[in-house]
Design a protein around this ligand. Structure first.
Ligand code: ADP
Ligand code: MG
Length: 630
């Protein structure tokens, strides 16, 4: 190229930052730059193959689809050439001068975060092209777009600038010429390159030739019969498709002819990268049609909540020349997604039956996605409910049971499934809501995640049985044998007479005013003196707390209505009836404190300052002093 036509340009500021992170923090994982360049070459070939099915292409259509790698250990250069889609001048500038293609600032922050935690995580991002500067002193990219326009050359040393200028005489595709750094000369060795290709790029669906020799086995593993594929091959493919370093937790390989022709190979990873602070995951399943990649990281092939899956789906029924835009509302795609979703859910249910322990691992890591699915995917709600797991009053701490297990051991006469939310198991077990459940030997789920109540509320019922939160006002538990045994035996404490209790309730309601809809004598408290219950059947205290915290409570038309129930057999309530006669002022303090305590047990907030001051007045009395009204 003539020097006069060459322009020098600055990298976008974010690009420089990414360059910095990649060059410095990935240093120990230098091999992956080869993987990144080969995968870019493969992407470019896939794009070309797809285009050639949609349109007739005249320019260079005889050039075979392949990746060639050449190295020279005298000049310490490495050249990677593909015959893919190539780039126009504009594309060259946007793709290799900015990081706009990778989601820009947000992406950059996540990348920096991941780099701090674990360099292995970076591989998940496909940091891509810039990783070349870990090993390169200089890089030249010569490229010519498939449309047959001019050829261009981009070059940089990974500092602040790059140059761009014309490059005549090129074929379709891209050639990347790397002059290696002194400490990276090994990448000019054929053996090193073969090893890396075999490790990371075996499954690239185009021939990869190192010094003229094909080093990968070009085959679509998902179209082969299960019996022929070894576990090692499956795992290798997972590592390839998921940019993973470890083994998957589950894999599902299946084919179907009806209602649609499908070959699918999908994996569940071991880790949930969203909880590792890496932001929302990209979908991980690629859509193929007759081994041609149609939609990478497809948003259409599976519902959003299954974005944690990695793998491929191949369907011959899709028209080969379908464009990516028309995938979204394509009727076949919708059908395909439905079939696949059902199959994945069924698979998970089978795995849960096969090994409860492995499923427990799955649930701890990905249960949140199943819950997301249950609240967002109406169609699969019932099947998804089978996958739910919670602790319960009968399960051991830390172990979980399914709704089916619960239903299987319901008591005679019990027609509802009960649950109660709490911050942890101990808090729930010490709380007032489970007292009668324990006494009657009725099992109750402990929903220990804030989102759980929304999920169960959304589900409404299971197997024809209503799901009911134990903090509901109108709860009535069935009488059980356990209950009958204890009748009389334990009822030593004589409860307050009905008339006294009714009058006490009325007075307490006056003291508490609007904070409570009503104060009632409880039919279900055993030890605790009082508890708060929800009159609106659909809203639980935990849901209310979350909506309040997120400022959404107004939208839902609440503070929801609540009653306070009191226990006429509790010594505190019995004494309170007397105290009300002898010292009404002090008795009011006790009522207020009872209310605050019950509110805290419901998981809701009280004003701590007011509460502590009152509490000191009560303690002073308890310690034998007189509270001063002044
Ligand atoms: P990603 O592959 O995740 O998009 P990269 O940094 O690896 O990010 O590549 C940036 C972009 O540069 C690609 O999206 C692609 O548009 C372009 N690109 C890179 N290598 C090639 C190539 N060999 N042929 C055509 N385009 C390429
Ligand atoms: Mg890439």
């Amino acid at each position: 190229m003539t020097a006069s036509q060459v322009e020098t340009k600055q990298f976008q500021a974010e690009t420089r930052k990414v360059l910095d992170i990649v060059i410095n923090s990935l240093y120990t994982e230098r091999d992956i730059f080869v993987r990144e360049l080969v995968s870019n070459a493969a992407d470019a070939l896939e794009k070309f193959r797809h285009q050639s099915l949609i349109k007739t292409i005249e320019f260079d259509n005889h050039v075979p689809l392949e990746i060639t790698i050449d190295c020279d250990d005298k000049t310490h250069t490495l050249t990677i050439t593909d015959t893919g889609i190539g780039m126009t001048r504009e594309e060259l500038e946007t793709n290799l001068g900015t990081i706009a293609h990778s989601g820009s600032q947000h992406f950059f922050e996540q990348l920096a975060e991941a780099a701090k935690k674990d360099v292995n995580l970076i591989g998940q991002f496909g940091v891509g092209f810039y990783s070349v500067f870990m090993a390169a002193k200089t890089v030249q990219v010569q490229t010519r777009s498939w449309d047959g326009g001019e050829g261009w050359e981009w070059s940089s040393d990974g500092g602040g600038t790059y140059t761009i200028g014309p490059s005549p005489g090129l074929h379709r595709g891209t050639r990347i010429i790397i002059e290696l750094k002194e400490d990276a000369h090994t990448y000019a060795s054929k053996f090193t390159l073969e090893r890396i290709i075999q490790q990371y790029s075996t499954f690239v669906p185009f021939p990869v030739k190192v010094e003229g020799k094909k080093v990968n086995t070009v085959q679509a593993i998902w179209t082969r019969s299960k019996a022929e594929i070894t576990d090692e091959e499956y795992t290798e493919f997972y590592k390839f498709i998921g940019n993973a370093v470890d083994e998957p937790l589950y894999r599902l390989h299946f084919s179907a002819d009806a209602p649609l022709a499908i070959n699918a190979l999908v994996y569940v990873p071991k880790e949930n990268f969203e909880v590792l602070g890496m932001g929302r995951m990209q979908p991980g399943v690629n859509l193929y049609c007759q081994k041609v990649l149609i939609d990478q990281h497809s948003e259409n092939i599976l519902p959003e909540w299954l974005r944690f899956l990695k793998g491929v789906v191949d369907s011959e029924d899709l028209p080969l020349n379908i464009s990516r835009q028309s995938l979204q509302d394509n009727a076949l795609m919708i059908k395909l997604r439905k079939v696949l979703t059902k199959r994945v859910i069924k698979f998970l249910a089978e795995e849960a039956d096969r090994s409860a322990d492995t499923y427990h691992e799955f649930w701890k890591t990905f249960g949140i996605f199943i819950k997301e699915g249950l609240t967002s995917d109406f169609e699969h709600r019932t099947e998804l409910a089978k996958l739910l797991r919670f602790e319960s009053s009968t399960s051991e701490a830390g172990s979980m049971i399914s709704l089916d297990e619960y239903v299987g051991r319901m008591k005679d006469g019990q027609d509802k499934i009960y649950y109660i939310n709490g911050p942890n198991r101990t808090a729930v077990e010490y709380g007032p809501y489970v007292e009668l459940f324990k006494k009657r030997g009725i099992e109750i789920f402990y929903t220990l995640e804030p989102i759980d109540d929304f999920v169960l509320n959304h589900l409404g019922e299971y197997d024809g049985k209503k799901l009911v939160s134990a903090d509901r006002a109108d709860l009535s538990l069935p009488e059980t044998a356990a209950d009958a045994d204890q009748a009389g035996a334990e009822q030593t404490a004589e409860p307050l007479a009905d008339a006294v209790l009714t009058s006490l309730c009325r007075w307490m309601k006056e003291v508490l005013g609007d904070r409570i809809q009503d104060v009632k004598a409880s039919g279900r408290l055993v030890d605790s003196p009082a508890m708060i219950v929800n009159v609106d059947g659909y809203m639980t205290s935990s849901m209310e707390r979350i909506l309040k915290a997120s400022g959404q409570d107004q939208a839902f038309g609440m503070g929801s209505k609540k009653d306070m129930e009191i226990n006429g057999a509790s010594p505190l309530i019995k004494n309170l009836a007397g105290l009300r006669e002898s010292d009404a002022e002090f008795a009011k303090d006790v009522v207020e404190q009872l209310y605050d305590n019950a509110t805290i047990q419901a998981g809701l907030l009280v004003d701590p300052m007011v509460m502590v001051r009152r509490n000191y007045r009560i303690l002073t009395r308890a310690a034998g002093g007189q509270t001063d009204a002044a």
